[in-house]
Design a protein. Structure first.
Length: 221
């Protein structure tokens, strides 16, 4: 079908100007609805050192994704040992807490050891399946096995000071100081993980894992 010819004689001056403009735009745009452009794309490890630096400087990491899991470990610890946390700030490394009416806060040494073993034996030494049989484990739970509360690694971070005390009970550490060590181990580990997400090492891991692509100068596409 033939295209429609613009006839300016049937319209006035203003309409004629608009019609000329419309016809001109249609003519210029004919056949140019798309274009093909060829570009070389690179994976991060294929970039030059300078381009990698540019890519890392411009890359904004995702928001730290494990905050809720960290909080669940804290909540479980507090519920287990009668601790109330009123406020915490991971960025500043602060945590404010108190006991829920604990009269044994100053217990230490063998007295504290016996109290922990009597009241929290099942928490400290859970049952395991060994050689197909469900048996009590008398060894210290390995770091990062996540067996204490929620199954997440921050369980172990919270419990490490207590497990170390049970291995070598000392009069120099009372229950209040021990719980304080647990809570600050948690808040410091939380802060370190948040800070790590902004390091070049973490950014590089994120970029490689997500298979992002870049132009030769390091600009992400």
């Amino acid at each position: 079908m033939r295209g429609r010819r613009c006839d300016y004689s049937i319209v006035g001056n203003a309409d004629s100007d608009r019609m000329r403009l419309r016809c001109l735009l249609l003519k210029q745009g004919r056949g140019k609805a798309m274009r093909i452009e060829e570009r070389k794309l690179f994976k991060f490890l294929g970039l030059s050192e300078e381009a990698q630096k540019k890519a890392l400087n411009e890359f904004e990491p995702f928001e730290y994704p494990w905050s809720r899991e960290n909080e669940k470990s804290l909540d479980a610890f507090c519920d287990t040992f009668g601790v109330k946390v009123s406020e915490w700030d991971a960025d500043r490394g602060n945590i404010f807490w108190s006991f829920a009416g604990a009269s044994w806060a100053e217990w230490s040494g063998i007295r504290l050891y016996n109290w922990l073993m009597y009241h929290y034996f099942d928490t400290l030494y859970p049952m395991e399946y060994l050689n197909g049989k469900r048996e009590r484990t008398w060894r210290r739970i390995p770091a990062n096995c996540g067996c204490f509360f929620t199954g997440y690694c921050f369980d172990d971070i919270l419990m490490d000071p207590i497990m170390e005390f049970l291995e070598k009970p000392t009069e120099r550490k009372d229950w209040e100081g021990l719980v304080n060590d647990c809570l600050y181990a948690w808040i410091f580990a939380f802060r370190e993980e948040i800070e790590y997400t902004w390091t070049d090492e973490s950014k590089e891991e994120n970029i490689i894992a997500n298979e992002y692509e870049f132009l030769e100068n390091g600009t992400r596409v």
